[in-house]
Design a protein around this ligand. Structure first.
Ligand SMILES: [Zn+2]
Length: 309
């Protein structure tokens, strides 16, 4: 009996480990060192640094009075990022805004924060950074708690404005979307938006359900963006190249169509396996870093919660 119990325990723990296979954080970081970034000018005073791999875009606004950065990717690469910023201006940043709490947009806080550069984020992002967090698929890994100097020193709840003689910059929180601390940043004069990972250019979006992510909130966030942007807007995603309203509408339609189809299948009392199998053919997105199965299962859980099915 004892042997049987022990055997069962080993199998259970092996199974749990297999289910919870976490990615090695350090090797993702080290891999990024070999990937170069590109500096792209959007308009006068506005640039973004575009890496590939597991590092987010960095927005640069070189205003009349101050330099502002949006996100700061990996701390191990901050010196290289500083070298790119020097091509635009010799100034130090006055503020850094974090679009969310994930490492691929905020790990540079560990360097900039230690240099006393003020960091602005939604209050939930600061709360998430204060403890070890397990992120959801497609990056299942432990993001370690940040040292206090790397935490955002300024937070807000719903909306916040920053001013420069050349710009009014509006930061708006969107509830429970990619995570529970996402913000959309709008440069009102230049008509440029930054979305962080709310908007992606490679198929299905990553939704960090462990940390407050929800497809319903993501659709809501995209509808908000579509309402405040216009045909001339430049919209910079968390990763990949800048886009316009047309691409955001197509993305909103893609995720809304998937959510609506899953509502329909759930109401028809289809099993989880049947829904996953039907969605494999329904989702026509080409390359996607998030698997169709993982995305379907997340959406199904949210549908069951919101629609009470
Ligand atoms: Zn990202």
């Amino acid at each position: 009996m004892k042997i049987f119990l022990l055997h069962s325990l080993i199998i259970c723990s092996l199974f749990a480990n297999a289910q919870k296979r976490l990615l090695p954080f350090d090797s993702i970081r080290n891999k990024q060192v070999g990937i170069k970034e590109e500096l792209i000018q959007l308009k006068a005073h506005h640039y973004y640094i575009r890496p590939t791999g597991s590092a987010g875009n960095i927005g640069i606004f070189s205003g009349k009075n101050r330099l502002l950065l949006i996100d700061d990717q990996w701390g191990i690469l901050t010196d290289r990022i500083k070298g790119i910023i020097k091509k635009v201006t010799p100034r130090k940043p006055s503020f850094i805004i974090n679009t969310g709490f994930h490492f691929d947009h905020t790990n540079g806080n560990t360097i900039w924060g230690a240099e006393n550069i003020p960091i602005i984020a939604h209050e939930n992002s600061r709360i998430r950074m204060q403890k070890d967090r397990e992120l959801s698929d497609p990056l299942p890994l432990i993001q370690k708690a940040y040292p206090s100097k790397a935490l955002p020193s300024i937070t807000f709840i719903e909306r916040m404005q920053l001013y420069d003689d050349l710009e009014t910059i509006e930061l708006t929180h969107v509830k429970n979307a990619h995570t529970d601390g996402d913000i959309i940043i709008q440069f009102k004069q230049a008509n440029i938006f930054y979305t962080g990972d709310l908007f992606v250019r490679d198929g299905l979006p990553p939704i960090d359900e462990n940390n407050g992510g929800d497809i319903y909130g993501l659709i809501h966030a995209m509808n908000y963006l579509i309402n405040v942007a216009n045909e001339q807007s430049i919209i910079v995603p968390g990763h990949g190249s800048a886009a316009g309203l047309k691409e955001v509408r197509a993305y909103r339609d893609l995720i809304t169509g998937i959510r609506n189809k899953i509502i329909q299948l759930a109401r028809q009392k289809k099993t989880e396996e049947e829904i996953v199998s039907e969605m494999e053919t329904f989702i026509t997105a080409g390359y996607t870093s998030v698997s169709k199965k993982a995305f379907t299962l997340h959406t199904l859980r949210m549908v069951q919660k919101h629609e009470r099915i």
